[in-house]
Write a new protein. Structure first.
Length: 320
């Protein structure tokens, strides 16, 4: 087998450099055990390792009941079963001026797979994507894998990490497919005002691009700005909202998330993007059926006390 050779370099090599988990593992293996200095635990953002963060019992019961029923042991339909999609549409329509339908939402294996599905659906020859700097490294990694050229726009620290919209407009051209915003922000912790989100939507409209709104930390806010969903501005520019149970419910290991399209004017349908998302879902795997089956109970019955308690702990421990 000496002459056997795989030609060319793998994209996965450069894609995997964009990984917090990888850096974290690297740092851990290089800690000098004889060094007495205290170690700051820079984690990969998994709240479930802290005993004060346990999900609501309603959510645990929902999963146990779904599992015990023996009705949810089979393969789930691609993009999610009707019941979870219906309850997600309901949950994500709260505070929107229009109602999302079950057809506007897709169930995914966490928000991470939602990113993968959306980026692969947007893949075109020579396409580019506008990503925030600082940002969430999965976008860089998955853009590389999906052959989307990365162009970074700045978040302005002095303006509470708002998007530098003037700079962003200079980066875009006729091959730009989308811009990504992360709100509430990871890693900066900013929460955008309604006015700023509206400006983002207006800029996207002017540029003729769609907005991918990563709301993995949706509702987990404790400062002066309330969380405003980007979907509110779907009538200005088409929006794909990504989210999951991972952070708000503190269960990243349950691997359930979603994509929602806020597009009252039907641009996604017209441009064939809906079809691309569906095809991308077909080539991917879906979340465990019993977790999907538990979703309606979780979204509808989780107690407000649980959410309030979580936010209070975060507020108390945050160094503002
Ligand atoms: C945690 C996180 C994700 C991934 O969420 P999962 O549901 O665990 O896949 C995506 N985007 C941001 C900004 C995150 O913080």
């Amino acid at each position: 087998m000496k002459n056997w050779k795989l030609r060319g370099n793998s994209d996965i090599t450069s894609a995997s450099t964009h990984s917090i988990a990888r850096v974290n593992a690297h740092v851990k293996t290089h800690i000098n055990q004889s060094d007495q200095r205290p170690i700051i635990p820079l984690s990969i953002g998994d709240p479930s390792i802290f005993p004060c963060f346990r999900t609501d019992q309603v959510a645990e019961d929902a999963v146990v009941d779904a599992l015990r029923s023996a009705h949810f042991n089979g393969y789930a339909p691609k993009g999610g079963a009707l019941q979870p999609k219906r309850s997600l549409a309901e949950y994500l329509s709260t505070n929107l001026p229009y109602k999302l339908s079950p057809d506007d939402v897709y169930v995914t294996v966490g928000a991470k797979q939602a990113i993968q599905i959306v980026l692969s659906a947007l893949r075109r020859p020579d396409a580019n994507i506008l990503l925030p700097k600082p940002g969430y490294p999965a976008y860089e990694a998955l853009s590389v894998i999906n052959h989307l050229e990365i162009r970074h726009f700045d978040l302005v620290q002095e303006k509470n990490w708002e998007v530098d919209l003037t700079g962003l407009q200079k980066l875009a051209d006729d091959k730009t497919v989308a811009m990504v915003i992360i709100n509430p922000g990871n890693p900066c912790g900013n929460v955008y005002t309604r006015d700023h989100l509206k400006e983002i939507a207006e800029t996207a409209r002017r540029l003729g691009i769609l907005v991918i709104a990563d709301e993995a930390y949706g509702h987990l806010t404790f400062g002066s700005n309330p969380f405003v969903p980007m979907g509110l501005f779907g009538n200005i520019a088409p929006i794909l909202t990504l989210g999951s149970l991972s952070k708000r419910w503190m269960v990243p290991g349950w691997r359930i998330g979603w994509i929602a399209r806020s597009d009252p004017d039907g641009i996604f349908e017209e441009q064939g993007i809906v079809e691309c998302i569906k095809r991308s879902l077909i080539t991917n795997t879906e979340p465990a059926t019993f977790i999907q089956a538990a979703l309606p109970q979780i979204l509808e019955k989780t107690t407000n006390d649980f959410f309030v308690k979580t936010v209070n702990i975060l507020r108390k421990d945050a160094v503002l």
